[in-house]
Design a protein around this ligand. Sequence first.
Ligand code: AMP
Length: 368
Amino acid sequence: VIVGILGGGQLGRMLALAGHPLGIGCVFLDPAADACASPLARSIRARWDDVDGLGELARQADVVTFEFENVPAASAELVATLTRLRPGARALAAGRDRLDEKRLFRRLGIATARFVAIDDAADLDRAGDELGFPYLVKSRTLGYDGKGQYRVDSAADVARIGAAIGSRPAIAEELVAFDRELSVIAARDEAGHVLVYPLSENRHRDGILRLSLSRPGDRADDAAQACIRSLASELDYVGVLALELFDRGGTLLANEFAPRVHNSGHWTIEGAQTSQFENHLRAVAGWPLGATAARGHAAMINLIGDAPRPPDVLRCGHARLHLYGKEPRPGRKIGHVTVTADSAGELAARLGELAFLLDPTDRPSLPV
Ligand code: AMP
């Protein structure tokens, strides 16, 4: 089976690595000359809307999927007319617009932060009245890792932030005083069977994921699982998807979902019976899914901006180092490190050996 992948970043690279033992080949389409998946498989260098490039991808592949969700809708629809696209163009479209996405969650009975649609400056004033200050404004499309996000602290900020947003459609959201940020990842096959991974607790800084922890028996597992099952069924989803949630006093509020494998699921490579990458390929190939149970406790540390020297990481014999072959650059995800353990205490000890990789704000509280 050859799987065509729109996007050739680290997620594509890890999909290719997962495909090898199963005899699943990959072919990538990416506009970047230095796409980090390209050393691993055939690659087509083309813009997202390049009709010839998309046609070539569809011709070379038995099924096409994506690892980058901001592929233009028209490109996804074109591919879907040429070959099988998994998940479908509708699943891709459903997560494209933050307002539609929040309305979808509400329709499915999945709680969210309170929100207000922002079409013009008057809506920003109304948002202050309805949500109270501070609140957040996000562009409805193309935002990720906190990009296109503004915090409105008082009515005095409204004019400045209104100017920054300009005519872009936006959404205002209540600023959630969450206890934890969580994500839940599921795989759904063509027959509609859904398997859900134990959830991840995620720590961010500057909007970028730094650390994910997966501990067996999290009290929020069942509620998170119910949310993602209903979302996956509603979208008639095929493949792996991720749902980001806030835990506020034990209540889960959905923030956004990603129609793809997810950074907070990298621990599943070593920490689960079947990785998110393998399950995504199995699902889109029309094959049965593998078990999603965790093998124990796991932690995943993102390497952002700069890479440590590999021996410094590997001195911890339980560390599993993944480097993506990307040039170091501030704010750029260039690799990750996973540690697994049989107990919370063992995980803490192993993370202690890797404390130099952790954000100072995370060090004292690990693992909680
Ligand atoms: P997003 O771009 O929606 O993924 O948001 C990036 C990060 O901003 C999240 O991981 C949260 O840390 C924070 N964030 C987003 N929305 C909210 C919200 N409504 N209240 C509090 N924090 C938020």
